[in-house]
Design a protein around this ligand. Structure first.
Ligand code: AMP
Length: 250
């Protein structure tokens, strides 16, 4: 069984982003980009299923410009067998991503498709669900544990009220939560080897899918700045400040 893993290139989670002066978007010029953190969990889980002898091949796919080769090489260095770059000059919204991934699924016929639960740049949390709907495959989102026996996948899901275990028949779509695993560190020699691997490149136009944006981004702005805090010298002072503020009955 093949596993397809969707890997998005996003601003590194340690970076504090700036908004462009004209408010049109976030300024990513010269900023460190990385694999979307939840997608690293998805890659790790695919590799573990392969190491358990439950998958034969792990294929990483990323949609974006030639720059996305870096996240694909990271996936290869972690242990993915193959990588596919779907080249698109324009940024693609989750529905377009789902349509492209569907086209790749139909070409490569994976038994399991793993995605992150959300991309940390758009925070949409939509591509996996839309992909499952387009393929008419069962789906489990926010996975924190996965076990595969024969053709049945048991997925523990993180929900608002606790955890839920669902059983899915393959082929299926699963989106990964951070609790799913601890992704392995990439060793330098593996990164060097990954540099030599061939990345299959497909032009988005060759997939004959409608990837037009359905939403228009009107404005991007910084969150309101928080007022600076003050230091108090005693509990008595703290209580008097709290009483003065908001008329608290303390
Ligand atoms: P989103 O719905 O945008 O929050 O993204 C959810 C997941 O879809 C991500 O964690 C990725 O696994 C996948 N995904 C989104 N955009 C892309 C992309 N451009 N290339 C590859 N995978 C993507």
């Amino acid at each position: 069984m093949k596993i397809l893993v969707a890997v998005k290139r996003v601003v590194d989670y340690n970076i504090k982003v700036r908004v462009k002066a004209d408010g049109s978007d976030v300024d990513i010029d010269g900023i460190k980009m990385s694999v979307n953190p939840f997608d690293e969990n998805a890659i790790e889980e695919a590799l573990r299923l392969k190491e358990q002898g439950k998958a034969t091949e792990v294929i990483a796919v990323s949609i974006g410009t030639a720059a996305n080769q870096d996240v694909l090489r990271h996936a290869l260095a972690m242990g993915a067998d193959k990588a596919i770059l779907v080249e698109s000059a324009t940024s693609i919204q989750p529905l377009g991503v789902a349509k492209i991934l569907k086209a790749i699924v139909l070409r490569k016929q994976p038994g399991l498709i793993l995605l992150g639960k959300q991309a940390i740049d758009d925070d949409a949390g939509q591509a996996g669900q839309m992909l499952a709907a387009l393929l008419d495959y069962p789906q489990a989102t926010y996975a924190s544990n996965i076990t595969l026996e024969n053709d049945t996948l048991h997925v523990t899901r993180e929900t608002e009220s606790g955890t839920e275990v669902v059983a899915l028949t393959l082929p299926a779509v699963v989106t990964a939560d951070l609790r799913l695993n601890d992704p392995r560190f990439v060793k330098l020699p593996n990164l060097m080897m990954a540099r030599k691997k061939v990345i299959e490149t497909i032009n988005v136009a060759d997939l004959s899918t409608d990837t037009d944006s359905k939403l228009k981004q009107l404005k991007v702005s910084e969150p309101p700045t928080r007022k600076p805090g003050i230091k108090v010298n005693s509990v008595t002072e703290l209580l008097s400040k709290l009483r003065a503020h908001d008329n608290l009955k303390l």
